[in-house]
Write a protein that binds this ligand. Structure first.
Ligand SMILES: [Zn+2]
Ligand SMILES: [Zn+2]
Length: 262
């Protein structure tokens, strides 16, 4: 099963085009996403066989992302890029490190969506590599945060493995690591009473559901991919953001937003 964008770059690009054709309403956003996707895949390819796989050693690559932001991003992204370009390398590294500490320890220090978007995009190839190069326990970990990096999941999916049928898996937003979790359990308030959850199944999105905890009004977006062969989770997440917009209208809150801040 291919789940991360890095698992099969060719398939990822192909799936992107399929989604893109189906969702012309996301044309402008998709343009930006395609550029950052290509950047992430190319970056991973260039450093994965070298010794220098840390983001600190490769900080200069972030300027390529800044260029993409300047060319294809919204005005607010351009503004943040302008501010980040003012920093010298040491201060920029410090800022990224602070972001990681904040994200992985849920300090909830406010960070703008634009900065979060740029830093999470930049860091993913390096953190994915970290997760790939060591073995972590996917099955017995059962915690709401990632065993590789301490990051948090923004998305979940249900699928079958050889040993577990219909398990719910979480995917780390930062490093793409996937691990098993409880089927009924609120990531925000730890509620596990099945009666206080409601599942919304939209008509126009195949195999997708929003599971809302009525104790705290937080929700989890879940893809049921038991009958599908290869699903690049991030792509499906990006192309189903109208569901997140619908949830916002209903005053539901996502326990952890995706890179788009939704
Ligand atoms: Zn992680
Ligand atoms: Zn809850």
């Amino acid at each position: 099963m291919n789940l991360s964008i890095f698992d099969n770059p060719e398939l990822t690009k192909k799936q992107f085009e399929v989604y893109f054709d189906k969702h012309p309403e996301l044309k402008d956003l998709a343009k930006l996403l395609r550029h950052i996707l290509d950047w992430q895949l190319a970056t991973y390819e260039t450093f994965k066989n070298n010794d220098s796989s840390s983001w600190e050693e490769n900080i200069s690559l972030i300027y390529q992302l800044f260029e993409i932001g300047e060319k294809h991003g919204s005005d607010s992204i351009k503004k943040i890029v302008y501010e980040l370009r003012e920093l010298d390398e040491k201060s920029l590294k410090q800022k990224v490190q602070e972001f990681i500490t904040n994200f992985c320890h849920k300090n909830n220090k406010p960070v703008s969506n634009e900065e979060r978007f740029l830093f999470l995009t930049f860091l993913k190839p390096f953190y994915y590599f970290k997760g790939k190069s060591m073995s972590y326990d996917k099955i017995t970990w059962l915690k709401p945060y990632c065993p590789v990096c301490g990051g948090h999941p923004s998305i979940a999916f249900i699928y079958d493995t050889e040993d577990i049928k219909g398990g719910l898996f979480l995917k780390c937003l930062l490093c793409d690591f996937v691990w098993l979790y409880y089927r009924i359990f609120c990531l925000n308030c730890q509620n596990n009473n099945p009666e206080s959850f409601e599942v919304y199944i939209p008509e126009n999105f195949k195999n997708t559901q929003l599971m809302v905890c009525h104790e705290c009004k937080h929700y989890l977006k879940i893809f049921d991919i038991r009958n599908e062969n290869s699903v690049i989770i991030d792509l499906r997440d990006w192309f189903t953001i109208t569901l997140d917009l619908w949830a916002i209208e209903k005053d539901f809150v996502k326990h952890e937003n995706n890179i788009l801040g939704l």
